[in-house]
Design a protein around this ligand. Sequence first.
Ligand SMILES: Cc1cc2nc3c(=O)[nH]c(=O)nc-3n(C[C@H](O)[C@H](O)[C@H](O)COP(=O)(O)OP(=O)(O)OC[C@H]3O[C@@H](n4cnc5c(N)ncnc54)[C@H](O)[C@@H]3O)c2cc1C
Ligand code: SF4
Length: 330
Amino acid sequence: MREFAYDRAVDVVGALALLDADPDARFLGGGTNLVDLMKTGVERPARLVDVRDLPLDDIAVTADGGLRIGATVTNSDLAAHPEVRRRYPALAQAVLAGASGQLRNMATVGGNLLQRTRCGYFTDVTKPCNKRVPGSGCPAIEGEHHNHAILGASAHCVATHPSDMGVALTAFDAVVSYETADGPGELLLADFYLPVGDTPHRETTLPPGALITGVTLPPAEVAAHSRYRKVRERASYAFAIGSLAAALDVRDGVVHEARLAFGAVASRPWRAATAERVLTGASADAETFAAAADAELAAAKPLPHNGYKVTLMRNLVVAVLTELAEEAAR
Ligand SMILES: Cc1cc2nc3c(=O)[nH]c(=O)nc-3n(C[C@H](O)[C@H](O)[C@H](O)COP(=O)(O)OP(=O)(O)OC[C@H]3O[C@@H](n4cnc5c(N)ncnc54)[C@H](O)[C@@H]3O)c2cc1C
Ligand code: SF4
């Protein structure tokens, strides 16, 4: 492991200045991903700028009835917050479905969004990997890819994004706020992650050196009727092989509004906009739910060993939407 310097920033301006002063510096949240990657040599920063003392650890209701979540709020605090549980239950469920209690106590909102893929070739520095070493190749395409992408991948990378939290935030149209030396900025989470294309090493549209300061959830009545369901190979402490954040507003048996986002199927949390269009205005029954899933998954391009994800996601959509529709009918 490369030797590195450590600084603890106490204000946003200071954090940005520390990062700016060293081209090899990186922000440190809970360290639950970055430090692991440093140990294996995937990441080799010369300096870590710890952001956990910044005044960004608050969750507050916004004037319009949404929620503003600070970037250093821990996953545990986010999942336990009463307003999150009441207004955006799928978000609390998604966070609780991730990692372990100890990790959630350390991991932060900003770090969760920027965690790197769990592709085994990416984390093994003895292997080629276009994401880690641009132009070196993608062994996953011919090799081990049973948990890789079925949507939005390219011939250059088929990795998935591992975040559970990001899937729920995507369904609820979250907006990421950041600060740079040139001033603040905002990005819709839908525009935050770059398509893979031929540059899988470029993952987000965040400007270089930007500090994520928070995430804002706009108000959404439908979000109160939401659920996160995660399928994994172990009952706990495992990443998803497929997951779904879904919200459904049913009136007189008809879908008034639907929100759907898929996890573990693409390089980013996947907003299922095609499925939402099929659902809106249609009868809230299993036939509609299956048609919506099929419409979204028509774009899937599975690899030889991950075709099961198409069936898995279809079944997840039908099961979770059926549950939400039954609850609405009670
Ligand atoms: C065993 C294990 C199991 C896990 N299981 C799951 C799971 O099932 N689901 C899931 O979603 N996650 C899971 N995780 C991942 C975990 O949730 C992430 O490691 C964590 O959310 C990252 O947050 P962090 O604050 O520790 O980030 P760090 O490791 O500190 O940082 C991650 C990245 O974000 C950058 N960064 C951090 N904060 C900021 C900021 N404010 N502004 C700009 N950049 C910033 C860092 O520079 C770094 O590049 C697991 C992790 C482990 C180790
Ligand atoms: S899927 Fe992406 S991360 Fe994995 S080996 Fe290929 S290029 Fe690297």
